[in-house]
Design a binder for this molecule. Structure first.
Ligand SMILES: Cc1cc2nc3c(=O)[nH]c(=O)nc-3n(C[C@H](O)[C@H](O)[C@H](O)COP(=O)(O)OP(=O)(O)OC[C@H]3O[C@@H](n4cnc5c(N)ncnc54)[C@H](O)[C@@H]3O)c2cc1C
Length: 478
């Protein structure tokens, strides 16, 4: 088989055709996985478990992608952490029901079912690989109808434990991981079967001929053109982008070039948590740290427009979309501020308390005033209405603080169309020979919205499926 593929490639080279730029290093393997985040590493581990030779190509100098940057929360039904806590009233059926409702019934039903069936098992699998988890309180992710979410530890709000466990497991199984390899092309033979990839490295071009290719390159939150193309109404809101902007959607474009269809590209995960410093840096403002302590959300007219607590992000986001220029303002007084200082939750993700306190003085993100009316003027909010609203809310200990908040793009929910076996599909629903996709790159199981913790579980579930199937097929054809 490899001989045939090599001949195909050499012929193409000789003809000076599409692959005319390839000059060197041609390597062969059973399965090549493109992208070293959660889905890619899960695929690599499963493929190698089945005895396949596996190569992972990651464009960045480190593994992890969005999975590394994530909050480390995973959701699933029937896993060991639920059982240990005596939670027995959950099931894949209930998870599916929640997923379809929260996804506004825009989910690819078959992927949603597969996800719901296997998400609990994915959490157990990660635990078996050595990743430690703690069961989250139900209030942490209230859109789930039962308590079923876990957070990786150490480091809640941090996906590093997930990636460490996956990387160690991949290395133990002799997966060949190459960093700084940007995959730029899928190689196909004359019948359209995907037979490998081409990657750019510091040393030149690397060609990998493989029995099967798994695309696990994440979404396209960092690609302005794609966002503009698929979700112009979101881009028009001038949102903050706190997602992993290295995710440029290359895998989606490569899949399309190989004939794959797209699904749910218009659905983007937007949180109502954006902030922007005067220097233009986008940040995640965790308003939910202070709303239970008395802080309020108002619109540009100085009015409260949503029940701040308990309120899910989706409820606040839906209400925010109806407000003038899709902006809202978090307002709190010194009493709330002092209470927040007693907690250990960051008000701005990635900022220490000291850094936040410093900003209250420098006012590059937050605004501060002894006088509510002046605070309103600084924030360009209707000042007299703000005075009334703040008084009604019982905030009466100056100084007062406020911050303008905007929509915040975190990740994307659509991508390449796949089937339950993670095979990439064309517009007629036919599998594209040789090509699999998993994770955020093929996220249509989520539907129009995302339930907290489902995106990482989804990456693990479909990464495992892609790895298993790619390896099984590759070994058959060897
Ligand atoms: C701030 C933040 C917090 C989040 N918190 C949560 C959470 O708590 N729970 C949850 O469920 N979800 C969360 N998510 C979403 C979740 O992290 C992702 O959807 C999921 O981890 C995606 O996994 P993946 O493996 O598909 O992609 P990634 O983990 O993003 O991996 C893709 C990898 O592919 C590489 N790559 C891309 N293009 C190429 C190329 N051409 N060649 C080679 N390599 C390439 C990238 O560099 C990257 O390493 C969060 C996301 C963000 C940004």
């Amino acid at each position: 088989m490899y001989k045939i593929m090599l001949t195909v490639l050499i012929c193409l080279l000789a003809a000076g055709g599409a692959f005319g730029a390839i000059t060197e290093d041609v390597q062969t393997t059973d399965v090549v996985v493109v992208g070293g985040g959660g889905a890619g590493l899960a695929a690599a581990i499963e493929a190698s478990e089945l005895g396949a030779e596996v190569l992972v190509l990651e464009k960045l100098p480190f593994l992890g992608g969005s999975t590394l940057l994530s909050g480390g929360g995973l959701s699933g039904a029937g896993h060991q952490f639920q059982k240990e806590a005596g939670i027995t009233d959950d099931s894949p059926e209930l998870l599916l029901e929640d997923l379809l409702r929260e996804g506004q019934f825009k989910n690819n039903l078959s992927l949603a079912k597969t996800f719901a069936d296997r998400a609990g098992e994915a959490i157990d699998w990660m635990a078996d690989l050595g990743c430690d988890f703690v069961l989250l309180p139900h209030e942490a992710y209230p859109e789930h109808s039962v308590q079923r979410s876990v957070s990786s530890i150490p480091g809640r709000g941090d996906g590093s434990a997930l990636i460490q466990a996956l990387q160690a497991a991949a290395e133990e199984r002799d997966v060949d991981i190459r960093l700084n390899h940007l995959v730029t092309e899928l190689l196909t033979n004359t019948s359209g079967t995907v037979i490998g990839v081409q990657a750019e490295t510091a040393g030149g071009t690397q060609t990998v001929l493989a029995e099967r290719v798994v695309l696990a390159t994440g979404g396209f939150v960092g690609n302005e053109d794609m966002l503009m193309n698929y979700a112009p109404e979101i881009v028009d809101m001038d949102p903050a982008v706190v997602g992993f902007t290295e995710l440029q959607g290359e895998g989606i474009i490569l899949g399309q070039e190989a004939g794959a269809a797209l699904e749910n590209m218009e659905y983007i995960k937007v949180y109502p948590t954006g902030g922007r410093t005067d220097d233009g840096d986008d940040v995640y403002v965790a308003y939910q740290q202070v709303t239970p302590l008395g802080a309020i959300l108002v619109n540009r007219e100085g009015q409260r427009f949503v029940q701040e607590t308990p309120g899910t992000f989706v409820e606040v986001w839906e209400a925010l979309q109806e407000q003038t220029d899709q902006r809202m303002f978090l307002i709190f007084d010194d009493y709330t501020m002092q209470q927040w200082l007693e907690t250990d939750g960051p008000l701005v993700m990635g900022w220490s308390q000291e850094r936040t306190l410093q900003d209250f003085e420098e006012q590059t993100l937050f605004r501060k005033s002894e006088d509510i009316e002046e605070l309103g003027e600084k924030l360009h909010v209707d000042s007299s209405a703000l005075v009334e609203t703040v008084n009604e809310a019982g905030l009466d200990e100056g100084p007062y603080y406020g911050v303008e908040m905007l929509p915040n793009l975190i990740f994307t929910l659509g991508g390449l169309r796949i089937n339950d076996d993670a095979q990439a599909l064309d517009a007629e629903g036919q599998a594209i020979a040789g090509l699999y996709a998993a994770g955020e790159i093929a996220g249509a199981g989520h539907g129009a919205e995302y339930m907290s913790g489902n995106a990482i579980s989804y990456a693990i579930v479909f990464g495992r499926i892609a790895g298993e199937n790619a390896a099984r097929d590759a070994l058959q054809d060897r």
